[in-house]
Design a protein around this ligand. Structure first.
Ligand code: NAD
Length: 262
């Protein structure tokens, strides 16, 4: 289950947080990786070169903007062209904006739908022919507990993540006989930059400390009262991309400290 040597993974939004943790996990198990995401170019290059040197695998970076479908398709084509194949596609890039529906800015709605939902469509559409030709493929969409439950003030994010789960099920049905699986991982709160920004915003809005925001706002719905860790997500991810995960397709797998049990 842990050997990914000879495999190639594309992970969108892998310059930070969960995507970067999954990229490191693939490389540590011998897989080649295409990184993608925003950030300072010299820092990204340091990360890329660091993983490559530490793991002895090929690591490339592609700067596709997940808001642009043609760039997303180009990222997938780049993996095949540069590294020779495509075994694992992780649709992970995501953004958030928290605001009441009547004030929610149109450009934020468009950005969130594009990055969190449409980019997965463009990447999957480009990846499936390559995976079909190989007779095997693994697609993992990083959705959210918000793909299964709503919270106020997160209309675009909740809509996009519910959409990702619908897309996941549809792709699973269409590829079920092709050796391809397509699944969604639905994390609860994980302590990454996307959440750190929300903690800072909420502390400002409510005029309370960041510790109180974590306890009373962020982890209010997470019965374990602690953040999910990237390692815990990695464990499920490694199962889904392994041969043992061959019959797990179309699923939405919660790792949320009990959130969606409520
Ligand atoms: P993060 O902010 O650390 O990472 C987001 C990644 O997406 C970054 O690499 C960023 O550069 C990239 N990205 C954003 N806009 C982009 C664009 N236009 N083009 C290319 N890349 C872009 O946050 P994270 O927590 O690691 O989030 C990863 C995924 O996990 C997201 O889809 C998020 O919705 C999901 N998620 C996170 C949590 C959590 O609590 N952190 C919970 C559930 C789901």
């Amino acid at each position: 289950m842990n050997d990914l040597s000879g495999q190639v993974a594309v992970i969108t939004g892998s310059t930070s947080g969960i995507g970067l943790a999954l990229a490191r996990a693939v490389a540590a198990r011998g897989g080649d990786v295409v990184l993608n995401g925003l950030g300072d170019p010299s820092e990204i290059e340091r990360t890329r070169a660091g993983i490559e040197a530490a793991c002895g695998v090929r690591v490339r970076y592609h700067a596709a903007d997940m808001r642009r479908g043609e760039e997303v398709a180009d990222l997938v084509a780049f993996a095949k062209h540069e590294l020779g194949r495509l075994d694992v596609l992780v649709n992970n890039a995501g953004v958030q904006h928290v605001e009441a529906i009547e004030k929610f800015p149109s450009e934020k709605w468009d950005q969130i739908i594009a990055v969190n939902l449409s980019s997965a469509f463009y990447a999957i559409r480009a990846a499936v022919p390559i995976m079909k030709a190989q007779g095997r493929g693994r697609i993992v969409n990083v959705a959210s507990a918000h793909g299964l439950r709503a919270s106020p003030f997160k209309s675009a994010y909740v809509a996009a993540k519910h959409g990702v789960i619908g897309l996941t099920k549809t792709v699973a049905l269409e590829t079920a006989r092709d050796g391809i699986t397509c699944n969604a991982i639905c994390p609860g709160f994980v302590e990454t930059p996307i959440v750190e920004r929300q903690i800072a915003d909420q502390a400002r809005t409510h005029g309370i400390s960041k510790d109180r925001v974590v306890e009373e706002v962020i982890l209010a719905k997470q019965p374990t009262k602690r953040f999910v860790t990237s390692d815990e997500l990695t464990g499920l991810f490694l199962y889904l991309v392994s041969d043992l995960g061959a019959s797990a397709t179309g699923g939405s797998f919660s790792i949320d400290g009990g959130w969606t049990a409520q």
